[in-house]
Design a protein around this ligand. Structure first.
Ligand SMILES: [Zn+2]
Length: 67
């Protein structure tokens, strides 16, 4: 991942809730990969009140949802 012109931000993994470092670019898009479980999270601001968060869990991970 290129980190040129990016700002380091503290983020929490959506899968295992471990605190880790993400990288925010000039457009406000934040990308992070969890050091503990390997989950990749991409957060994009869509409008002033809407942020889209995509969570890509590792292959062996199970969703923590019961339905
Ligand atoms: Zn994690």
């Amino acid at each position: 991942m290129q980190t040129k012109n990016m700002i380091a931000v503290e983020v929490i993994c959506h899968h295992c809730h471990t605190k880790t470092t993400g990288w925010k670019d000039a457009d406000g898009v934040t990308k992070m990969q969890c050091k503990k479980c390997g989950t990749v999270t991409v957060s994009k601001p869509m409008s002033r009140r809407h942020v889209q968060i995509d969570v890509y869990m590792p292959k062996k991970a199970m969703l923590a949802v019961n339905n």
